[in-house]
Design a protein around this ligand. Structure first.
Ligand code: PHE
Length: 455
């Protein structure tokens, strides 16, 4: 099969960073850091991003570049005595795409709501004061459902029309504007009197604040934010040109994405601490804190409009990518036309989205471990399913791609250091990644048993 490839190296970076950067950085990172007590978790996260996330990201790109296929079809070209099990890892990652797409749509719907409110607020500020609050959204489950449906419908139409590539390029090109807005807001937020306390919270590592479940949470978040374990990076890798150096690509995507997460923390924590009455552990942290801050900032409404529109487009780009992975894998395997596959995938995400969308209203009482359905779905996927898939992917790269092929795709003969890095990367995937993930699961199990209060 002849595959297209990225026209320029920059095109690949924009698309890969575009997929990595999204709600994971701005919505999820700050509240998970809040939940896990700040600086020590940030350090753990950065450490795992380098020793787990980056090797896995490079591994996924290598599977794609070596097979020129998406993850499900790629498993057919892999080698090794256990290759028939690879398909299950690939299926799990496509399932992860579907689950994430469903509640990503709900959160994207929240972003859409704030984009519209800030837009309306730019000429009718009183509307924004009334509707630009998270409570307004949380008390209206049907509104959340409606917004999630609009979001999914948009993604389906874009994938059906086959214009996602053009659109993704457009969205990626907007990323620098978003980065600029983010940095400008960070400066503004760091001028608040709470900035010192926020910096201390975010950067000073107090390890006593970590819990037994923190390592697994950090690993899961690293995979989520780097889009590892979903098969997306395999697809991106399949479009890489022969001359593109995979480890450099993996390194740059990891660094840029991690920086953006830290920026999100620097933006949000001074605002949250200044307001003092927002719980740091709330999944609504971003939406609770940022609009309030923007509304009272001079010129903040226009800024807010630009910010939320950019964030919405980033979320739309990620959702299109997720839907695209599901559709291309379904079409590769099942006798279905592309348009049917798109409607069925989008429809399944819609059905799955009903629970998280109504989790703050109709299903308010349906709490598991004291948490809402949305939090449980997110927790199951990211703190359990994704680390398991990551374990599978590390195994699939090391065992499924011939060592000589790994070497060929990893090592760039013009760079001396890349030959030296090759054994380190393999060691990381072969021993470090599995060991760390298994230990993290073990610690999580102890924490779970302790929480049952049996003894
Ligand atoms: N990495 C994205 C984020 O941080 C989420 C995502 C996962 C997007 C997988 C695409 C594929 O928001």
């Amino acid at each position: 099969m002849k595959r297209g490839s990225w026209k320029t190296r920059f095109g690949f970076y924009l698309a890969a960073i575009g997929s990595a950067f999204g709600l994971g950085n701005l919505w999820r990172f700050p509240y998970v850091v809040g939940e896990n007590g700040g600086g020590a978790f940030v350090l753990l996260y950065l450490f795992f991003a380098l020793v787990i996330g980056m090797p896995l990201l490079i591994g996924e790109l290598i599977i794609g570049k070596s097979t020129h296929r998406s993850i499900l079809a790629a498993t057919g070209s892999l080698v090794g005595p256990f290759r028939r099990y690879h398909i299950w890892i690939a299926r799990a990652s496509v399932l992860a795409c579907l689950i994430v797409l469903s509640y990503y749509a709900v959160i994207s719907g929240w972003v859409l709501h704030f984009s519209v409110q800030f837009f309306v607020g730019s000429f009718q500020p009183e509307v924004l004061l009334e509707k630009g609050r998270l409570e307004h959204l949380m008390s209206n489950g049907w509104l959340q459902m409606g917004l999630a449906s609009v979001h999914l419908l948009l993604a389906v139409i874009i994938v059906l029309k086959g214009v996602q590539e053009g659109l993704e390029k457009w969205i990626s090109a907007m990323m620098p504007i978003f980065a600029f807005l983010l940095i400008a807001l960070v400066f503004k937020s760091l001028s608040l009197s709470s900035a010192t306390a926020a910096l201390r919270f975010l950067l000073y590592p107090d390890f006593s604040k970590l819990s037994l479940s923190s390592p697994l949470q950090a690993i899961g978040h690293v995979c989520f934010t780097l889009s590892v374990g979903f098969g997306t990076m395999v697809t991106f890798g399949s479009y890489l040109r022969d001359s593109d150096h995979v480890p450099t690509a993996g390194f740059r995507v990891t660094i840029v994405d991690s920086f953006l997460s830290i920026f999100a923390g620097l933006l949000l924590f001074p605002i949250v601490l200044e307001a003092s009455n927002i719980p740091l552990t709330d999944p609504g942290l971003l939406f609770e804190a940022l609009p309030r801050f923007l509304i009272q900032m001079p010129g903040g409404i226009l800024f807010g409009m630009a910010f939320f529109i950019c964030l919405y487009l980033a979320a739309l780009g990620a959702s299109i990518g997720l839907l695209e992975v599901i559709v291309s894998n379904v079409v590769d395997r099942v006798q279905l036309s592309r348009s049917w596959a798109t409607w069925i995938s989008g429809g399944s995400a819609f059905v799955l989205a009903i629970l998280p969308a109504l989790s703050s209203t109709v299903f308010k009482e349906a709490k598991i471990f004291g948490k809402s359905i949305l939090e449980n779905l997110d927790g199951f996927l990211i703190n359990f399913f994704l680390p398991l898939i990551a374990l599978g992917i590390s195994w699939m790269v090391v065992r499924g791609v011939q060592k000589s092929e790994q070497h060929k795709l990893f090592v760039d003969p013009t760079r001396v250091e890349s030959e030296a890095m090759f054994p380190h990367w393999r060691m990381a995937l072969k021993y470090l990644v599995p060991a760390v993930i298994i230990i993290a699961f073990f610690l999580q199990t102890i924490s779970f048993i302790k929480s049952l209060d049996l003894f």
